[in-house]
Every structure is written in C-alpha cells, then in structure tokens.
Design a protein around this ligand. Structure first.
Ligand SMILES: Nc1ncnc2c1ncn2[C@@H]1O[C@H](COP(=O)(O)OP(=O)(O)OP(=O)(O)O)[C@@H](O)[C@H]1O
Ligand SMILES: [Mg+2]
Length: 455
C-alpha cells in the first residue's frame, strides 16, 4: 500500500512528455533507437553532455520505474502500465576509466529540448536482455514527418561522431569483465595499471630488438603512408620462446610506449569473448590486441579435445581474417610452444606476419640482466662475470630472481659494502639445490641446474 501511495505522489514522465509535445497526439509521435555497446557507456555519457551543451534550454529529467528487468523505452514511458515511469532525482553510477576520478554515468534520463522550434526528446537507459545489461539504449522521439526524421538521422550521426571522438578508454590497457561468470555475458571494462617499462630495461639480442622495431615501432610510424598506398595496416606478430625470456615484459614495454594505442589483454580463459574484443579493437583503433599463451586455444586441430576448443581456434582465425585490412590493429600472440600451433595460424600471412623468437640470454644479455636486476647495489666486475658464467641457460626471469635473493642475503648480512660472490652463491645454492629438482624447475633453472651438478 505504501509503495502505491508513494507512486501516485511522484509526477508521471508521460504527463511531462505530453506538455513538451503540446500540439501533438502522443501516439502520432515517432521514435527511433540505437543500442551502443556497454563498453562505450562512458563515451555515450560524455557525447550526450556535449550534444546538449548545444541546447542550453534543454531539460534533463531523472526517471524511475520499479522493475528493471527489461529495457526502458519511450513506449514504456507512454504506456499507462502497472509499472509507471515517474520523474525522480538523477541517479549516477561511477565507472572506472583508469583516471584518478571515476566517470559519472547517468542510469536513466530523458532530455527534452527544441531544435529550430521543433520539440524532441532523447531517452537514455540500459539495454537489458534477459535481465542482463548488454548495452546503452538511446531513443529519440520527434513529431511525425520528414523534418523530424531528418533531424533524427543527423542527431544519431552527430552522436556517433562524438562517441568516437571521446573514446575515454583510448590509450589505456583494458580487458573485459564478465558480468557474471554464470551467464557468460560481458559486463564492464577493466582498466589495468601496468608498470611502465623503459627501453633500457628490455634486454634482448640486437637482432630481436631490430625485428621488434621494424615490425612494431617503424610499422606504426609508417602506417599512414602504407594506408595511402592501399596496403594493409593490420599486423599479427607471434612472440615465442621459453618461459621467463621476456615476452610479457616486452608487451608491457610496448603498451607503455605505443603512441595513442589502446591495449586489449585477452587472457586464455577469456577467448570466448574474442568477438567482443575484436569489436572493441575496431572501435578504439589504433589498438594492440594481446593474446597470451595462444597455444592453449590454437593447438593443432588433431590435438584438440573437442568441438568447443576447435570453435575457439576457428573464431580467432576468422576474426583475424575478417578484420578489414585498413583496421589499425596489431595482434601480439605469445607462446612457449610454437610447434603446437596450428599450421594455418603460424604460416599464413595476414594472420601472423612475423614470428619473433625470444631466446635465452647470451653472455652479453646475462651481463646486462645481472646489472639491471642488481638494482643499483654496488658490485665488482668479477662478481658480474662469475654470475654470468654460472647462469648459462638461465632465463631473464631466473636472473631477476637470483639477484633478488642475492640482495636479500646482502641485506640479511647487514652488509653496507658491496654485493659479493658469496651473496650470489648462497642465492644460487638456494635456487638450484636446496628446494630439490621441482624447485629448480619451477624457477626455470633446469638448464642451469644441469650444468651446476656436472661441474
Ligand atoms: N629479456 C628480458 N629483459 C629484461 N627483463 C626480463 C627479460 N626476460 C625476463 N625478464 C624479467 O623476468 C620477468 C618475467 O619475464 P616474462 O614474464 O616477461 O617472461 P615470459 O617470456 O612472458 O614468460 P612466460 O612464457 O612464462 O609467460 C619480467 O617481468 C622481467 O622482469
Ligand atoms: Mg608471459
């Protein structure tokens, strides 16, 4: 009873709409709508604010109805249903866009304004599909006839341009969050804060660095010219190499240095949303789409366990193939097992254009890694050289962990002088032998361990 009494005291949106279109019968009015992806929600909000800044006399009404299990439409506002739409205070939600402050997004709202004397209204609400929010519903209501229809088309066009121009997520590192794991629907976007990696922190052989420059840095700089020549500006790169050789590290370096690029991170458990990721990459281009451990989804067909796995591989290949050649999207796939990859993925240009090997570091690389991960602790050249000798076949990750443990021994011994071979030896002993062979394996020290036991 209380809720009925409360409902009747709030003004009905329908009544306000009637006064706005005073010379028109409500059932003569025409509406048209568009649904934007839920991931464009913040951009839609900003675009609407910009759009209505051109209509200073526009009025914005907050809307409320009791049941939210379907999309709120203008028909719903006009129908005298059991669930009347009433005018209420504006309700906002906070959405993280990776800035210091989250963006404020309106849940539901109705703008009423005039364009050259013609009344119109615009409704914003959540597009709901089987109780799941899967988009942003925008609906425009105008008087019947050609001027109204023309205005409506122009308005949507302007809105789309504004949305593309806003792209609050551009230049950030993103992944999709499932709305809930049970339904498998895609919900919001998650903005990642990756550590920034400087070029001097990426220790790779000169040849590998040159390949990276040519295929990423230079390629991106030349994109405009390539486009003018009618050449494709999408590109697929495969990073392959043993665990801990710096593939993810290099991706972090690229993500923090590619100008204006949005980075999309697809984890292997999220490949079911590949089409959403491709849609987003197209929307936010230039973009870099990262699929780590791609062998998990793209294993050679004969090694697949069922139809589900196979369809994921097909999905990836189709999406990569289907992306327009002028889409400024860079795919970076990584794997420890290139030999397991389906031949179609690895060998067909247009899917993977360049494979880049991440080898175990050579002597020069290990020297640089030891210095880098000593993190400024003073150490003599002989200590560096003996560490380099003793870490043959060790990965970058292994050397990083070794130096961290050596630093721990250094701190523990209360040393304030130099980091010595004793510190490094104690760390090596701990990593290679103290924990047994499983420990050595876990630390990626198998190759190193084998040598150490021989000598
Ligand atoms: N080539 C390298 N240069 C500098 N640091 C490195 C290098 N390789 C590894 N590291 C260090 O080791 C850490 C782990 O390496 P990373 O995660 O990049 O390996 P990965 O090749 O992605 O391994 P996986 O195949 O297991 O995913 C990095 O965060 C980085 O600090
Ligand atoms: Mg990795």
């Amino acid at each position: 009873m209380a809720s009925v009494a409360k409902r009747t005291t709030l003004p009905l949106a329908e009544v306000r709409l009637k006064t706005h279109f005073k010379d028109q019968q409500l059932h003569d009015l025409v509406t048209s709508s568009r649904t934007f992806p839920v991931t464009a929600r913040v951009d839609v909000q900003v675009a609407l604010e910009r759009l209505f800044s051109g209509y200073p006399e526009a009025e914005l009404l907050g809307l409320h109805n009791q049941y939210g299990h379907e999309t709120l439409t203008i028909a719903h506002v006009l129908s005298n249903s059991h669930d009347p739409v009433v005018i209420s205070p504006l309700q906002h939600e906070e959405v993280d866009i990776g800035e210091i402050l989250p963006a404020q997004c309106l849940r539901k709202g109705l703008w009423l304004a005039h364009d050259n004397g013609m009344p119109f209204g615009l409704l914003l609400s959540a597009a709901v599909h089987f109780t799941q929010v899967n988009g942003v519903h925008i609906e425009v209501i105008v008087p019947p006839g050609e001027p109204g229809a023309k205005f409506c088309r122009a308005l949507f066009e302007e809105l789309e341009t504004l949305i593309r121009g806003t792209a609050s997520y551009r230049g950030k590192v993103l992944s999709l969050e499932p709305a809930d794991r049970y339904s498998g629907h895609v919900g919001a976007l998650r903005v990642h804060k990756l550590r920034s990696v400087a070029r001097e922190q990426v220790i790779l052989p000169e040849r590998t660095l040159q390949l990276l420059d040519r295929n990423v840095g230079d390629f991106i700089k030349q994109r405009e010219q390539l486009k003018k020549l009618g050449l494709p500006v999408k590109k697929g790169i495969l990073f392959y190499g043993a665990p801990g050789t710096g593939k993810t590290h290099t991706i972090q370096y690229l993500a923090s240095h590619l100008p204006d690029h949005t980075t999309l991170l697809v984890t292997s458990e999220q490949v079911a949303y590949l089409d959403h990721y491709f849609q987003l990459a197209r929307f936010l281009q230039p973009a870099m789409l990262i699929i780590e451990d791609v062998d998990l989804i793209a294993r050679a067909r004969e090694q697949m366990r069922g139809a589900c796995e196979e369809s994921l591989l097909n999905k990836l290949l189709n999406e990569m193939d289907g992306l327009r050649e002028d889409a400024a999207v860079l795919f970076v796939l990584t794997t420890n097992h290139p030999e397991l990859l389906e031949a179609a993925l690895a060998s067909r240009p247009g899917r993977i254009d360049q494979a880049i090997e991440f080898p175990l570091p050579d002597e020069r690389g290990r020297r640089q890694l030891v210095r880098l991960y000593a993190c400024g602790l003073p150490l003599d050249d002989e200590v560096v050289e003996s560490t380099v000798r003793r870490t043959e076949r060790g990965s970058g990750a292994f050397i990083k962990e070794l130096m961290r443990r050596a630093a721990q021994f250094y701190i523990q011994n209360g040393s304030d002088g130099k980091l010595t071979s004793d510190h490094v030896n104690s760390a090596l002993e701990e990593m290679l032998f103290a924990g047994g062979s499983l420990n050595a394996k876990l630390l990626g020290a198998e190759g190193v361990a084998a040598r150490e036991t021989i000598h």
